[in-house]
Design a protein around this ligand. Structure first.
Ligand SMILES: O=C(O)CCC(=O)C(=O)O
Ligand SMILES: [Fe+2]
Length: 552
């Protein structure tokens, strides 16, 4: 019942008493009292295990149903037998009871026979089934409530980034392609409820509306219409549409005339409309949505690039070239020169095609797979590594001495960049599942960042080499919002750029992001090269002493 209370309108009396209203306390607790992040929705490999879990559960369910069907069939037979005798007796009660055999049988039916029936009516299979299910909880992988929230957030993130319309998503379509089965009214309701719990009333309204449409079309409804209406009315109210909130509440009351909260809200909405109060006090809502923290212009550019919308001027685009190069006769490249493609001039972003081979990719993925863990980010204030909604993927680190393939990747990085990998970080392998992404960020540490790379003693991240280890069916581009550059993942290609100016200062133009994966799975690996040891390879140039000007 507690969940319903959240849909109360803001209660000023509570505020006056110095207590936050219930609708503020409960969702906040949801956010803070449970582990912050689930694990399952971050990578495809984890989801495969859930299918295994589902298949074991299905077997158990089928076994339970067939045991029950057998039990019910026997009970039906008992009922038929009782019925038969009973109707014979009813035809002529006196005659029936004057027969000693009938008397005996009647007594027997209501004693030992009925005892057996009663036993059969108790469900002997329930306990066994529950015992098995408890054991499975320990043995199999189960998603948590946080995973459900994560999966819903991922779907809504995709909807926002790729401008997917709610009705199409509900029909199982992504960008016009039919990918999955339709969502039921109940599925849409759950998406609305999850949005509601994140104070995202915009998406609550979208999904509750869809739930309502689907509710009308469905014959067997699991959700109840008045409940959808209640969420819908509240989210509509929170977005300032009092008139519509009032109409929806009136509809709710036509189904449940005594619904207490709805009656209270009706009076509140009517008074507010009469007094012309349309301002909603949103001050108590904690701003949970991380994307809301992104600069709106940057977010817009980021999403446009993810959708493959062009943001680069024709002048720049038309000057970008591709060539074969052996990087000043590097011995590694004499036989097979690099296929170099310019993606941007200043800062220089270069693509190298076919620099990672399929067999190498297989080895790297195989080594990384068992070690993949939810990727972390460094809190720039505390220096601690933590999970964050703005980076959702799984990652693992591979050392050069572990396999010749990893060592060869480092050698190739040196050939491509002309820099040493002596001071680089280990090879990071990253897997993004559907909805996996990384919001705009810098790879280098900004001056105010505490502890960043300090323990490494090798300076800042001078350059990034990012290898794509898969194509991605839809989404997953690496984008530079302020440059208008979008790099589409192509298996075997590497992207290279310098993060620092020759002065050693961070180049803010290199801010980049990994777009959410819309369909498929994305694999990358990357080498971060550090300043130490590059003194003669990329001499510093104090003249180019451009300062970082902003931070985020
Ligand atoms: O996966 C990508 O496209 C970019 C990844 C990235 O920027 C990072 O890991 O720092
Ligand atoms: Fe990055």
């Amino acid at each position: 019942m507690a969940a319903f209370e959240k849909r109360d309108r803001p209660n000023k009396t509570n505020l006056l008493l110095g207590m936050p209203p219930v609708w503020v306390v409960l969702p906040l607790c949801l956010a803070l009292c449970t582990p912050l992040q689930g694990e399952v929705y971050t990578a495809l490999s984890e989801l495969e295990e859930l299918l295994d879990t589902e298949s074991v559960l299905l077997q158990t369910l089928h076994q339970y149903i067939s045991d029950q069907e057998h039990r019910i069939a026997v009970l039906k037979k008992h009922a038929e037998d009782y019925e038969k005798e009973h109707s014979i007796a009813a035809r002529d009660v006196t005659n029936y009871l004057s027969n000693p055999i009938n008397d005996y049988l009647l007594v027997k039916r209501l004693t030992s026979d009925w005892h057996k029936t009663e036993q059969l009516m108790q469900d002997p299979y329930y306990e066994t089934a529950m015992k098995n299910l408890t054991q499975y909880r320990e043995l199999l992988k189960f998603p948590t409530d946080e995973d459900l929230t994560g999966a819903a957030t991922a779907l809504i993130r995709l909807q926002d980034t790729y401008k997917l319309d709610t009705a199409s998503v509900a029909r199982g379509e992504l960008n016009g392609i039919q990918y999955s089965t339709q969502l039921s009214a109940g599925d849409c309701f759950e998406l609305g409820r999850q949005s509601y719990n994140s104070y995202d009333f915009y998406h609550t309204e979208l999904w509750m509306n869809e739930a309502l449409n689907r509710h009308e079309q469905e014959r067997s409804n699991v959700t109840v219409r008045w409940e959808i209406l209640e969420y819908l009315a509240y989210s509509t109210f929170m977005q300032g549409n009092l008139k519509k909130a009032l109409d929806l509440t009136i509809e709710l009351l036509s189904i449940l005339p005594n619904h207490e909260r709805a009656l209270g809200n009706l009076a509140y909405y009517e008074a507010a409309i009469k007094n012309g109060t349309t301002e909603i006090d949103k001050s108590e809502q904690p701003s949970k949505a991380v994307t809301a923290m992104l600069d709106p212009e940057e977010r817009e550019r980021y999403h446009m690039l993810c959708r493959n919308e062009n943001l680069m001027s024709v002048q720049i685009n038309s000057k970008l070239r591709c060539r074969y190069t052996n990087n000043n006769r590097n011995p590694l490249l004499l036989i097979a020169p690099l296929k170099e493609e310019e993606a941007y001039f200043s800062p220089r972003i270069i693509l190298y095609r076919d620099v990672l081979y399929d067999n190498e990719i297989e080895v790297i993925k195989r080594m990384a797979q068992p070690r993949l863990k939810r990727a972390t980010v460094q809190n720039y204030k505390t220096g601690e590594l933590e999970f964050a909604d703005y980076r959702i993927s799984k990652s693992a680190w591979l050392k050069e001495h572990e396999d010749v393939v990893v060592a060869n990747v480092a050698k190739r990085v040196e050939a491509m960049t002309g820099l040493t990998t002596e001071t680089s970080e280990e090879l990071q392998v990253v897997n993004y599942g559907v909805g996996g992404h990384y919001d705009p960020h810098y790879d280098f540490a900004r001056t105010e960042e505490i502890n960043a790379f300090k323990s490494l003693g090798t300076g800042n991240r001078i350059a990034t080499v990012l290898f794509y280890m898969s194509d991605v069916a839809q989404g997953g581009a690496t984008v530079f919002p302020w440059l208008g550059v979008a790099l589409q993942p192509v298996k075997g290609t590497a992207a290279v750029w310098f993060n620092l100016y020759p002065s050693g200062n961070g180049d803010l133009r290199t801010r980049h992001a990994a777009c959410p994966v819309l369909q498929g799975s994305k694999w990358v690996c990357n080498k971060w090269l550090h300043e130490a040891g590059q003194e003669f390879r990329r001499p510093c140039d104090p003249k180019e002493n451009i300062q970082e000007t902003t931070s985020s």
